[in-house]
Write a protein that binds this ligand. Structure first.
Ligand SMILES: [Zn+2]
Length: 277
């Protein structure tokens, strides 16, 4: 595992095209041999994409900004054409390296826009009423959970050891419930948008049935509020169904919400969600 320790810090610069050619070869070689690092790289990529989606949704890119990027890229392309006579790989590589700072600058602007937007949002929407507690917006939450459950896209990654890294994405610690006593097995996890928030979507399979467990910040996603309370083993759980999908939710005292979506019946989903602690 000492090799992984060497390669982990190189993965991000590798993804961003910032490594020397020799290091690139080393990292590529390691990725072929090491599924964990390949998984780490995919996770980084998935998180970067979901950040980009988030930013796009939160702050529509202005035309002026798009124009600036387009012009910068066009100028770069012009330079590339002048530099690279046919077969002149050296010139081509140089100009490709030249384009990286532009891409990096664009990324910085996007991240900055995201954080500026969040600050504005934080200052004016700390009243929870604004987040999602009207019946219509909670219903939208539930619809999103059901729709994501029904989608059949594969998980973004499968390594459970990477789950702690999702805390920055969804705002609460993400742990995988252990459903082995029920015969369920783990398939993988994605970060999914749910009514302008993000939740971790953990996929299991239970004797042929698809089972999705959402982990989310319960103060921002009041999933339980349109579901019916019932007591399972002396703890309250919240149950309902939409479009043939059973939803069962529970909240832990640390503010972590768990919701299960499955085509099992409500008794079974209530039992499963009550087993999470
Ligand atoms: Zn490795």
């Amino acid at each position: 595992m000492s090799t992984c320790r060497h390669f982990v810090p190189l993965l991000e610069p590798f993804r961003d095209g910032e490594l020397s050619p020799a290091d690139v070869v080393d990292v590529e070689q390691h990725l072929v041999e090491c599924e964990r690092c390949a998984e780490r790289l995919r996770l980084g990529e998935a998180l970067r994409l979901s950040l980009k989606e988030h930013v796009r949704a939160a702050s529509p890119v202005t035309d002026a900004f798009e124009d600036r990027i387009r012009m910068a890229l066009a100028a770069e392309r012009g330079r590339e054409e002048r530099l690279a006579s046919p077969g002149d790989m050296h010139g081509r590589m140089l100009s490709w390296r030249g384009i990286m700072p532009i891409a990096a600058a664009a990324a910085v602007v996007m991240v900055w826009a995201a954080s500026a937007n969040n600050r504005v949002a934080d200052s004016k929407t700390t009243s929870k009423a604004d987040i999602a507690s009207t019946p219509a917006s909670v219903e939208k939450l539930i619809e999103d959970l059901v729709a994501n459950h029904q989608r059949s896209t594969g998980p973004q990654f499968t390594e459970q050891t990477l789950l702690p890294q999702l805390e920055t994405e969804v705002g609460v610690p993400v742990r995988a419930p252990n459903f082995k006593p029920y015969g369920a097995y783990w398939e993988g996890v994605s970060v999914v948008p749910v009514n302008n928030q993000r939740a971790a979507s953990l996929r299991y399979r239970l004797s042929g049935h698809k089972l999705t467990v959402y982990v989310y910040d319960a103060s921002r996603m009041p999933v339980r509020s349109t579901l019916k309370e019932r007591i399972v083993r002396s703890a309250p759980v919240y149950v309902g169904s939409r479009h043939g999908v059973s939803i069962a939710a529970t909240e832990r005292s640390n503010g972590v919400g768990y919701a299960i979506a499955t085509d099992l019946n409500n008794d079974e989903s209530a039992e499963l969600v009550a087993s999470i602690y």
